[in-house]
Design a protein around this ligand. Structure first.
Ligand code: ADP
Ligand code: MG
Length: 642
């Protein structure tokens, strides 16, 4: 965070804290309190939606669990605040684990459906379990007491404020740590996360559990704030509102969550009052017009693109003056405004505001990143000792997709410290072989031993952590993360710090984070990307993306590195650079398997080459021998060798 945002954040928070002193109207104080409570939930929801990229329509259910944990504990046991808050968090986090189960099997619209059902079931359960929850009657709870003193409306506001700030700090720290990077990596590429040793399974569950914990805290505060809870609060509409708040405010920002919370609390209230609606609609139209004029003048947008939003907002303002009564139109207008934001500002309001200022800051950062040593690159390698012995032995590997034998009885022996080429025509099974070696597919038959241990049946992340790293034929970077963060995901295994270390920024965490940054920058330098550390991966040119993938794989400290067509799509100078980098990697004692179509690259680099054709190994030997082999020429090299 830079100084300016920090100052803005502190000022904003100070203003929030002072709000009860600035107005004597308790209606407004209560409203701002509700916004802060929703914001706590939205910080958590953003972990799931914004960072891991899963949809959840179950969060109103979780919010309900939090409220009812508080309500029931108070009603049945008369439990005090200090017990109720942690209980609500823990119980709801448990329900979050339940909600994570479907997310492990389905994604997208299916997940939306399942989570929606989850929320509905919670609501029904609250309604039906009258012996515990009093059913539709609801539960009354008074404002809590601390040390025998019952909190006033204002004091409760400050308690909410304090917990909101605490949540903000904790969420922010989680998301800026290895945990947050793991969450974000899932969204960017689940396959690559697994192959970097970050178990998709585990981190999806973590994300839902942590997210639910915040929903629980919010629910608990909501119960105290309203002093009355009943099942129909936690309905479908609320859950959709939560999701929209995250999207409107802007994914992956805490200020966006606060803004989104404010919108969903205030906007419906503004629309209750026709006069107010006229002011808001006119204001919106004027802002939009000014925005469009500036945007067009600065050549950031075209008149054509701005036509519909400008005309739309002006029409809305006109409509507001034409209306006699707003009651019938309220929901439609609310829906329309939301659609509008979601459609035109896909990164939300905060995301949009950021994009206006983005260019300058990323240029500032770039200067800071030039560091210069190659030595940080690879930790002295344990596996490098016994060159010439077998590192990987695959025997009789069969991989069948329906009737197709993509790999048919292939044996492979990879010697330590060598570069082993794997070539063959398109569709001959090379990439499938890599997928089998890295646990993405479980072979139909055959055995694979790596460093004396079987690979078959283990998860990709487990295999990755045991020392096999890879790149992908179709680049699989974490697009929204910077180059450095991509590599830091590869360095995930170097972190021992847990949730508590991360939240408190203990010396252990600070130390690991610093080391991961230094290592990351070192690896970037190693592949010649030192000056692009803070550039988002998706904005890098294709050739650089391939190099970044190699650097990320090296971050795992692998014994074996699999490269799937690293030179594909590269220009001649880039290929030269790549060859030099691959040599350096081998010189550091890392064994490589190289799939490549550029024969000159294969000839220059490989110690041994295996040739696949229709899933079968048809030849193997030194590059020159293979190149001269009749079968190979016929199957593959025919065109080029002739
Ligand atoms: P290469 O990398 O050598 O070009 P692949 O390993 O990608 O070839 O593919 C080998 C064969 O296996 C192809 O015929 C491909 O269509 C098939 N194949 C690969 N993955 C799958 C899958 N998940 N399901 C069905 N068929 C697959
Ligand atoms: Mg392939």
């Amino acid at each position: 965070m830079n100084l300016k945002t920090l100052i803005a954040a502190v000022l904003g928070l100070a203003l929030l804290a002072a709000a009860p002193l600035l107005t004597s109207n308790s209606y407004y104080v209560h409203m701002i309190g509700t916004i802060m409570i929703y914001a706590i939930l939205l910080y958590g929801l953003d972990i799931v939606v914004g960072y891991t990229g899963q949809v959840s329509l179950g969060h109103s259910g979780l919010f309900g669990v939090g409220s009812y944990t508080a309500g029931v504990l108070f009603l049945k046991l008369g439990a005090p605040l200090w017990l109720i808050i942690p209980s609500s968090i823990v119980v709801t986090a448990g329900f979050g684990a339940l909600l994570a189960l479907p997310a492990l099997r389905v994604t997208g619209p299916y997940l939306a459906m399942v989570t929606l059902a989850f929320g509905t079931i919670i609501q029904i359960l609250i309604n039906e379990m009258t012996f515990l929850t009093e059913g539709p009657l609801g539960i009354k709870i008074p404002k809590p007491s601390i040390a025998g003193h019952k909190l006033s409306e204002h004091e409760f506001y400050w308690l909410t404020f304090a917990l909101m700030v605490l949540s903000l700090v904790v969420v922010h720290r989680i998301l800026k740590s290895q945990l947050g990077r793991a969450f974000e990596a899932l969204r960017g590429s689940p396959v690559a996360s697994d192959c970097m040793g970050v178990s998709v399974y585990r981190y999806k569950v973590y994300a839902f559990v942590i997210s639910a914990g915040f929903a629980g805290l919010a629910g608990c505060l909501y119960a105290y704030s309203e002093q009355y809870i009943s099942p129909n609060t936690y309905n479908f509409e609320l859950t959709v509102l939560f999701l929209l708040a995250v999207i409107m405010g802007g994914r992956k920002t805490r200020s966006g969550a606060l803004l989104g919370a404010a919108i969903i609390v205030i906007l419906p209230k503004l629309l209750d009052d026709l006069e107010m609606f006229r002011v808001v609609a006119s204001g919106l139209a004027v802002l939009m017009l000014i925005g469009a004029v500036i945007g067009i003048a600065k050549k950031m947008t075209t008149p054509k693109a701005m036509a519909i939003p400008v005309v739309g907002t002006i029409a809305l303002a006109g409509f507001s003056y034409w209306l006699q009564s707003i009651t019938d139109w309220r929901l439609s207008i609310f829906g329309l405004m939301i659609l509008f934001v979601v459609y035109y500002l896909q990164d939300g309001i905060v995301g949009f505001a950021r994009s206006l200022f983005a260019r300058k800051t990323s240029a500032d950062k770039r200067v800071a990143s030039v560091s210069g040593k190659d030595a940080v690159m690879v930790a002295a390698h344990a596996g490098a000792s016994e060159t010439g012995t077998d590192l990987l032995v695959a025997t009789g590997v069969l991989m069948q997709f329906g009737g197709l034998k993509a790999i048919n009885q292939v044996d492979l022996r990879i010697k330590r410290g060598t570069i082993h080429g794997l070539i063959g025509p398109n569709g001959s099974g090379k990439s499938t072989m890599m997928n089998v070696l890295t646990g993405i597919y479980v072979p139909t038959a055959g055995s694979i031993d790596f460093a004396g241990r079987s690979v078959v049946g283990r998860t990709s992340s487990d295999i990755a952590l045991s020392g096999i790293a890879r790149t992908f034929q179709n680049v699989q970077l974490f697009g929204e993360m910077t180059a450095l963060q991509n590599i830091q995901v590869g360095l995930h295994h170097t972190f021992a710090s847990n949730f508590v270390d991360v939240s408190l920024h203990t010396p252990r965490f600070n130390c690991e984070e610093l080391a991961a940054t230094e290592r990351g920058l070192g690896l970037l330098d190693f592949v010649g990307l030192g000056n692009l550390a803070y550039e988002e991966a998706r904005n890098l040119p294709y050739g650089k993306q391939r190099l970044l993938e190699i650097a990320r794989a090296l971050a795992l400290d692998p014994q074996l590195l699999l490269l799937d067509e690293p030179a594909a799509g590269l220009t001649a100078p880039d290929i030269k650079e790549l060859v030099a980098i691959i040599r350096k990697i081998r010189d550091h004692g890392i064994t490589l398997i190289l799939i490549e179509h550029h024969m000159d690259v294969v000839m220059q680099l490989c110690d041994t080459v295996s040739v696949l054709d229709f899933g079968q190994k048809i030849a193997e030997g030194k590059p020159a021998e293979v190149q001269a082999n009749e079968k190979v020429i016929e199957a593959y090299l025919g065109g080029t060798a002739a």
